[in-house]
Design a protein. Structure first.
Length: 391
């Protein structure tokens, strides 16, 4: 029996994870669940999955949880804030941590799980974008086991022997759907709404990652994630637009073989793979029927339409500080866009301004995880200031 802690349990990855875990009660037990704003949903999840621990963001949320909890049932232990998440990541009772908080907010607890040598099922790609080398060093040093949930990385992991890159690998090919605006006239991009941008053609996901898919920064973040996760040089990572999201990614070998992982676009598949690894377990998803697919299409990414993808490649080439700035300024810009405070096209403009202006002023290397937190926080405040002054 594995005790699982799910950070970000109230989100889209949380839902899919709990669905899989619920079908394998003989293998997995839900030890801890965390929420941020959806406390009522957290409570409903507790009544189904009976965790020993919940983590809420602050004392107000704690009070709300206590008030809502039914008097006749034993209440889980309540832990609070980032401290509560990190304490749970280190908890000796926890075997595996599902890192599914969105954004850099998920980094401290994912990092704590790495320090504690846990089995980490990583959805939170921003953790590797912001702290790639430190994170991977920490995983290695503490014998943690890092298993990718991100569908592309999970596909690559499945195509590599033992999940490890080696000298016989020629390149990694990350597939990208191209998002909802792959074919829209570029002159219309500045007027698209958050609702249109959140309508992903194939996947049902949280709002922030949906916007990232629409700008294709998601693919840029995934290139950075792949670089660190598989220890591959950026020059050996390609992006290929594949609108059907049926091939989840590929590995090309030096002998000319191209291995791919295919399946329906349903996160329960990579989640099942990581939960069961090295075994395969039932994911309870719809049958995958290749005969119903009429065709698979491919095209090269259009950097003019999707400048964010190019910005991510450039940041990766440039420095870890640039990756932190790229990621943090994007989080702020996406938040402003979702609140209708800036245009869709302002997201790329904002990131570029932060990379060209602010990132150049950053001094020193990111030798410690606290340096990453500091630069992340500084970038957020500079980006907000920029957007407040110009919009
Ligand atoms: N959804 C998907 O299919 C995929 C997602 N990912 C990655 O997984 C992560 C989660 O994505 P997704 O599930 O779609 O996102 P959602 O927005 O659906 O869920 C985000 C989760 O994080 C919690 N959360 C938000 N802000 C904070 C914070 N400041 N501190 C602590 N917890 C917080 C939310 O709590 P609450 O809801 O209570 O506010 C929620 O539980 C992202 O990094 C994303 O890039 C990767 C591949 C696929
Ligand atoms: C499900 C998943 O892993 C997402 O990251 C997905 O890949 C988004 O799709 P695109 O970024 O390819 O549009
Ligand atoms: Mn992905």
């Amino acid at each position: 029996m594995q005790n699982i802690a799910i950070f970000g349990a109230t989100g889209s990855i949380g839902d899919s994870t709990l669905d899989v875990i619920g079908k394998h009660a003989e293998r997995f037990s839900v030890y801890a669940l965390s929420a941020h704003s959806r406390i009522q949903k957290l409570l409903a999840l507790c009544l189904v999955h009976h965790p020993k621990v919940v983590i809420v963001p602050d004392e107000i949320a704690e009070k709300k949880f206590r008030q809502l909890w039914p008097a006749n049932i034993a209440m889980p232990e309540i832990r609070v804030g980032s401290k509560g998440l990190c304490e749970t990541a280190r908890d000796p009772e926890v075997d595996a941590v599902v890192a599914a908080i969105v954004g850099t907010a998920g980094l401290p607890s994912a990092f704590a799980a790495a320090q504690a040598g846990k089995r980490i099922l990583l959805a939170n790609k921003e953790a590797l974008v912001a702290a790639g080398s430190l994170f991977m060093e920490t995983v290695k040093k503490n014998n943690a086991i890092l298993l990718p949930l991100d569908s592309e990385h999970n596909a690559i992991f499945q195509c590599l022997p033992g999940g490890k890159n080696n000298s016989q690998v020629k390149r990694l090919v990350l597939t990208a759907s191209g998002g909802p605006f792959r074919n829209i006239d570029p002159s219309r991009l500045s007027a698209v709404t958050p609702e249109q941008a959140c309508k992903h053609p194939n996947w049902s996901m949280g709002r922030k990652i949906s916007i990232d898919s629409a700008t294709m920064l998601n693919k840029g973040l995934e290139v950075i994630e792949a670089k660190w996760m598989f220890d591959v040089d950026a020059s050996k990572i390609d992006v290929l637009v594949h609108p059907e999201s049926t091939i989840h990614s590929m590995v090309e070998y030096i002998d000319g073989s191209l291995l791919a992982q295919l399946g329906n676009p349903d996160m329960r598949i990579p989640i099942s793979y990581a939960l069961g690894y090295p075994d395969r377990i039932e994911s309870n998803t719809e049958n995958f029927d290749l005969s119903r697919l009429l065709q698979l299409n491919f095209e090269l990414p259009d950097y003019k339409r999707f400048p964010c993808l190019k910005l991510a490649f450039d940041a990766l080439q440039s420095s870890q500080s640039d990756c932190v700035v790229l990621n943090a300024s994007n989080e702020i810009a996406v938040d402003y866009f979702l609140k209708n405070r800036i245009k869709f096209t302002d997201i790329a403009v904002t990131i570029e301004k932060m990379l060209d202006g602010f990132a150049g002023t950053v001094k020193g290397s990111l030798g410690h995880i606290d340096d990453v937190f500091e630069l992340d926080a500084l970038t957020r405040s500079h980006t907000s200031e920029l957007l407040n002054n110009t919009h």
